[in-house]
Design a protein around this ligand. Structure first.
Ligand SMILES: Cc1cc2nc3c(=O)[nH]c(=O)nc-3n(C[C@H](O)[C@H](O)[C@H](O)COP(=O)(O)OP(=O)(O)OC[C@H]3O[C@@H](n4cnc5c(N)ncnc54)[C@H](O)[C@@H]3O)c2cc1C
Length: 526
């Protein structure tokens, strides 16, 4: 592991100069810095955390949370070098063309960019993550991995479209990029450097410098550059703009009350069981392609979505095996072997000894020797969330250890989100039943069922969205904050809609695009 400079080495009151200052060394910030490492730009990468997780740094992420139940924001985001990539899952998919389109009937504003505009950068992001840019199409995988007689479900019904995710193995950005950044002569990574304020010039049109504090607030210094990028993850990106309210009184870029709004997730609800007939292609089972780094899901086609006026929806089929209870018992015995007096452990031991064949089958399945047919699938319904102005980040009155107002998240769903769950579930159930694929045991996925069971995916999207006008967005097509000539945003905060793909490959694509733009800017104005 490389050793980077630490803010404790910086003198109180010092000014650190660079051409570009990036705030946050996670997926977005590291990608930006890595893509600029071979250029002439002097880059200062300010990371709030150290090389390892610490309670002090994580504590700065504590936030007030209202609305629907949500993951604890202190723990789900990671606040040290590498950011949340230190524990992300690596599920990746590119956006579909429809995800960039304006669809007023379902509340989607559209992006000021098209699929074709973004595609070259998505390809580069896929390569950066060790994925095949052509690998999101289901046909080749289906031809290679399905069983004789299986048909892709879109070949049987125009309602369906198979959505393939690829699983990246290039997960931990800390390990992947530390050496490259350390060895780059024009990149200065500074750890335990918490950006607390963006100081604008008097006219409010440019960022003059950043105010930075060391761990525990022990050092105070400045980062000065020609240009600045906030890459502190969606919630902190908005929070930093809102906190910097001395010149623009409602916060930077917030003259039209847009900063922090349109917080989106990828909501999902596990609801009901599906008992497949032999006709149902096992390739749709969640674990079936996992060993080859893939995951196939049943989504709805463009025509189905537009005809039924709903957002993106897909169903993940989570297999239920006849050995599942024995599998749990085996795992408990393996994990808890050193606590023989634990009652649950004794019960588990007794299950394993009474049903040795089940335990053996689970072992063979785990080792990849046996691929049994599931007795059922648990249905995991997943949707795109529409941007709602009320689902948002604001500032809480509570303060963190650096004296800054904490973030407040209010997460809520819209009528169209609930409708998409309901119509999506009904469409999948009706079509698979009509095709003789199996039988369902599931209650209707109405509003109450959604509210009772909805989860997010740790995907934080929106809050500084992209658009052409400051009245409805925060950044322009180049991710520059409207009205501030040298401030840019990186990360999924700029997404105008959430689609249904994991945000990380897409935000990496946008970071690569931004790096290219920043190099061009430095050349044209030099
Ligand atoms: C459990 C889990 C599983 C996930 N799985 C997937 C998945 O399978 N697929 C997918 O697409 N996405 C997944 N994600 C989401 C993914 O982790 C994020 O989309 C991605 O990490 C966001 O990148 P980022 O650079 O915007 O933020 P981060 O990676 O969080 O980086 C932000 C950085 O900014 C730093 N920072 C914050 N505030 C300041 C400040 N004031 N000053 C200086 N530095 C600061 C932080 O310390 C951090 O290092 C998952 C997330 C979690 C939690």
């Amino acid at each position: 592991m490389a050793v980077f400079d630490d803010s404790s080495q910086v003198q109180d009151g010092a000014v650190l100069d660079a051409d570009l200052c990036i705030v946050g060394a996670g997926a977005a910030g590291i990608t930006l810095a890595a893509n600029l490492a071979a250029t002439k730009l002097r880059v200062l990468l300010l990371e709030g955390g150290g090389e390892r997780m610490s309670g002090e740094s994580q504590g700065l992420y504590q936030a007030e949370q209202t609305g629907l139940d949500y993951f604890d924001l202190t723990a789900c985001r990671l606040r040290y070098f590498g950011g949340t990539t230190n524990h992300w899952g690596g599920y990746c998919r590119e956006n579909d063309p429809i995800d960039y389109e304006r669809r007023p009937d379902v509340g989607l504003p559209g992006w000021p960019l098209t699929h074709a505009d973004v595609a070259p950068y998505v390809d580069r992001a896929a390569v950066q993550l060790g994925l095949d840019p052509e690998g999101f199409s289901p046909k080749p995988h289906f031809a290679r991995h399905s069983q004789a007689g299986d048909r892709l479900l879109e070949d049987l019904s125009d309602q369906f479209e198979t959505k393939v995710f690829q699983l990246s193995k290039r997960l931990r950005f800390q390990e992947l990029y530390a050496d490259q950044l350390r060895d780059s002569s024009n990149t200065h990574v500074l750890l335990n450097a918490n950006v607390v304020h963006l100081a604008l010039n008097q006219a409010g049109t440019s960022v003059a410098h950043l105010q930075v504090r060391g761990a525990g607030g022990r050092r105070r210094f400045r980062g000065r550059a020609k240009r600045f990028v906030l890459a502190a993850h969606a919630i902190e990106n908005a929070r930093l703009l809102l906190l910097s309210d001395d010149v623009q009184r409602s916060g930077i870029g917030n003259g039209h009350d847009q900063v922090g709004r349109y917080f989106m997730e990828h909501p999902h609800v596990v609801n009901g069981l599906f008992f497949p007939s032999p006709r149902f292609p096992a390739i749709y089972g969640m674990d079936r392609l996992q060993r080859v780094g893939l995951n196939a899901n049943l989504g709805l086609s463009r025509s189905s979505m537009t005809r039924q006026r709903i957002l993106q929806y897909y169903c993940r089929f989570v297999p239920v095996y006849d050995f599942d209870r024995s599998a749990d018992a085996v795992k408990r015995v393996a994990d808890g072997f050193w606590e023989p007096m634990d009652l649950r452990m004794l019960k588990a031991l007794s299950r394993v000894t009474q049903r040795p064949l089940e335990a053996l089958r689970f072992g063979a399945y785990r080792a990849g020797v046996l691929q049994p047919r599931p007795v059922a699938y648990s249905l995991d319904h997943r949707i795109e969330q529409a941007p709602s102005p009320e689902s948002r980040i604001t500032l809480s009155d509570a303060k963190d250890a650096l004296g800054l107002r904490r973030a407040r998240l209010h997460w809520q769903l819209n009528d169209i989100d609930y409708r998409t769950f309901d119509v999506g579930q009904q469409t999948v159930m009706a079509e698979l039943s009509r095709l003789g694929m199996g039988q369902f045991k599931a209650a209707r996925l109405g509003r109450e069922a959604v509210d009772a069971g909805v989860f997010g995916h740790y995907h934080h999207i929106g809050t500084t969205r992209m658009g052409t006008s400051p009245t409805g967005s925060v950044v322009d097509t180049n991710c520059r904050v409207h009205g501030v000539d040298n401030l840019f945003m990186a990360g999924s905060s700029v997404f105008a809609s959430s689609g249904y793909s994991g945000p990380t490959m897409m935000l990496i694509a946008f970071a690569i695009r931004l790096a290219e733009h920043l190099v061009k800017l430095s050349q044209t104005r030099a």
